[in-house]
Design a protein around this ligand. Sequence first.
Ligand SMILES: *[C@@H]1O[C@H](CO)[C@@H](O)[C@H](O)[C@H]1NC(C)=O
Ligand SMILES: *[C@@H]1O[C@H](CO)[C@@H](O)[C@H](O)[C@H]1NC(C)=O
Length: 502
Amino acid sequence: MLKPTVAAAAAAVVVVVLQAEGFKEQGNAFYSQKDYSEAFNYYTRAIDASPRTASYYGNRAATLMMLRRFREALEDSQQAVRLDDCFMKGHLREGKCHLLLGNAMAASRSFQKVLELEPANREAQQENKTAETLLEFERMADFGFEKRDFRKVVFCMDRALAVASACHRFKILKAECLALLGRYPEAQSVASDILRMDSTNADALYVRGLCLYYEDCIDKAVQFFVQALRMAPDHEKARLACRNAKALKAKKDEGNQAFKNNNYDAAYQLYTEALTIDPNNIKTNAKLYCNRATAGAKLKKLNEAIDDCTNAIKLDDTYIKAYLRRAQCYMNTEQYEEAVRDYEKVYQTEKTSDHKHLLKTAQLELKKSKRKDYYKVLGIGKNATEDEIKKAYRKRALMHHPGSHPDRHSAATPEVQKEEEKKFKEVGEAFTVLSDPKKKVRYDNGHDLDDDGCCDGRDFDANNIFRAFFGGHGGGYSFDSSPGVFFFSSFDILNLIETRYY
Ligand SMILES: *[C@@H]1O[C@H](CO)[C@@H](O)[C@H](O)[C@H]1NC(C)=O
Ligand SMILES: *[C@@H]1O[C@H](CO)[C@@H](O)[C@H](O)[C@H]1NC(C)=O
């Protein structure tokens, strides 16, 4: 009774083995035609028919590698060597999958196994060296990250990814460093690539959030951090970033609200606190510096405001608002060259008529600042009244008049005398312009700079002005007609200064 059954069973096994071999042959045919999905289907049927044949898994692993499904390829090659520990190609394939997935240690173990089976295997020797190199780049990258040398990490990860092209871990580390280097579009594209393949990858979610956070899209960033923490509740980096993002947003909003309420002291303080939260967040911090500069300018802290704008520009040298704010502060502190430089930068970047006007105004102020300042010559403010201008002239003209201090002047060296003469001339020139309403307006507007001539001093005869001013007021002083020679006693001068002549 038994015998026929055994025979039948044996026959059935032969049929199945033949069938499995048939599937494998078909798989091989598709594989050599590079039709890997069909090859995969036939190898799968071969495995279903004969699940304990190592070479079927080996072949399907090779196919899966061509389909770039490396994780599944790894599982198949592991199954192959589990069934047959002497299956050399299986070990080699497992090693290659480990390499592609970025697991250098495991790869090395597989290649060692091949070399135990066949010490002269060139491919295993070569691949083992590649695994060693990969380990070395990983070590360098870890060291670089510790030292915050993110460029080095990116370099090492690029080298590592040339070998381990399917390694998410390396891609994420590279993306994180790109984000820390401010290369957000690149970082974002790497993170998005991974999320397309694996939407629950907490690291990729974290890096995507980090890019948004660094680009000052804080609300959206928080959503990604929260998602990352949902996928991996222990994700320390995501937790920290989430906390920073929320704190930064809260302080910044508070500061902006205080500013809107015209509470500049409070705004200044809140921006200062916000700036301590995360020194890595360049874009938000640039805005915070610029906002603090605006509050500072309102508080008349112009030098601090200039420093804040400079810090904002250091963080983001394309930040037009910071250049504009700084230029305004330079104008208000009469640092016109600096103002012109900033407005030039602004106008070069954004050629609007407003920017052009600002630049022109600054350029005019700069020119005006370089010409003789008649107000300073007379020692008066820009708002001085007609009366004040006259008083100032009287005082200064007498002070520097060649005849005014006979004692001092006779004892003075020729250099001092010359200096006094020059000042006397300047005082006359200043008075001529500022006492004439038309000339004064032209001077104040800088129109005297448009055409040459008017104010270069040659048109002035200081003595004529002096004579016109003091003469005919019945003071009893007679002036010698020869220019520059006057006779005053010290007493007369005192009188002259004390008395109102106009
Ligand atoms: C293979 O690489 C490992 C390190 O990855 C090394 O320790 C071992 O000596 C290498 N083996 C051969 C045969 O080169
Ligand atoms: C000068 O007058 C203008 C307007 O008349 C005023 O805004 C400005 O504050 C005054 N400056 C000084 C220094 O008094």
